[in-house]
Design a protein around this ligand. Sequence first.
Ligand code: GDP
Ligand code: IMO
Ligand code: MG
Length: 427
Amino acid sequence: MAFNRIVVGLQWGDEGKAKVVDVLASEAEIVVRFQGGANAGHTVVIGDIKYVFHLVPTGLLYPHKLGVIGGGMVVDLPGLLEEAQALESNGPAILNRLFISERTHLIMKYHKLWDEYEDERKGIGTTKRGIGPAYTDKIARKGIRAIDFCYPNHFRTLVTAHLQEKNELFTRIYGKPAVALKDVLEPYESIRNLLAPRITNTAVLLEKFQKEGKSILFEGAQGSLLDIDWGTYPFVTSSNSTVCGIPGSIGLGLRMIDEVIGVTKAYTTRVGNGPFPTELFGELADLIRGTGHNIGDEFGATTGRPRRCGWLDLVALKHSIRMNGVNKLAITKLDVLDKLPEIKVCVKYLYKDKELEHFPAADYILSECKPVYRTYPGWQCPTRGLTNQKDLPPGARNYINMIIEELGVPVQMVSTGPCRQDQLTFS
Ligand code: GDP
Ligand code: IMO
Ligand code: MG
């Protein structure tokens, strides 16, 4: 029987979604990315090898799974090919199992430059992958889509017209150099033969798979607090990084989802700017972040930036669980707390001496919220690599049970290390 699941991040991204997707992909035939683009950095560790995915759906490490790039994504096609080929050099063939929606919007060289110039002014701290500008063009009805790439003359005409407009913007508004047409077009000429056959009507394809009883796993990127509508606007990404991103991207209606798995770390991180009420500084933050020398240390998988670290925030998690309709939780990176003598958890906010139980809508309110903490004793013994719930120290078990009770959602999986096998089923 087909069973369709979504894995979605409940914090500001990097929750360990790929680790969870990699485990659950063994039970699905198709893995679908539905929003965002190469701003995602999804890490899977198998044995000694670390794989980082940006656009390729994570489940494709399994040799017989199929992958879909949904129409709601924004994709840098040359980057996608490079990523697929790099993965192929270390593992199974990827490209022949990948299907790209013809409605996917393309990220062109000028989108990445625009992202850079705009972020210099706005200070969101984007990944500079051209995400915001590509979605800006999409909404302004000026985007170029994967289908256009399959029709070379049409593609050239569109790119020429758009580049003229972008060059005016770059030279007049940003005081930057113009971009040459050939520099934009050339990377696409050499990849057309390889990628055009992968571009198709993915809604029809997924409908066929559904009729065949195949299970689909939807791989969320970013996190719910980065969602364009429900996140910490304007310090967000430019797509719906919640389950809301699925229907628009996939084109199969609303009825096909059986389970929504929300992923949270046992604490919180954020990369890029914007409010973060439970943020820690100094020694404790450094301890959680790690040095960057070990897999799993808190440094961005896409940009290498050190991640901001803080305590678990139940106010934010309740907001994310509501907006996604989460019915199972996966808790990752429990092992990172192993050495701490005490662990704090934010249960509400104080805003100008007023108690707030719900996540506020404005960044200028959130940035003035003071977290109200409850303190729990640490377990101070290793959970790293545990695969059986009964081996968890009582302190760690209590911590997980507290999260279940506070959030009202059962925990399905607890991750105890970066490797595929470092995880246990919790019940
Ligand atoms: P994603 O974007 O949500 O897929 O997460 P990232 O891959 O960006 O970041 C998660 C990081 O934590 C990666 O380096 C993973 O290898 C690592 N990781 C995942 N789960 C665990 C865990 O349970 N323990 C530890 N120590 N590391 C983990
Ligand atoms: P994964 O899928 C963490 C953040 C950026 C910035 C903001 C806007 O690995 O969890 P963008 O380039 O999207 O316009 O940047 O969003 N951001 C992420 N943070 N994980 C991600 O993806 C992210 N993708 C974007 O740091 O603050
Ligand atoms: Mg990541």
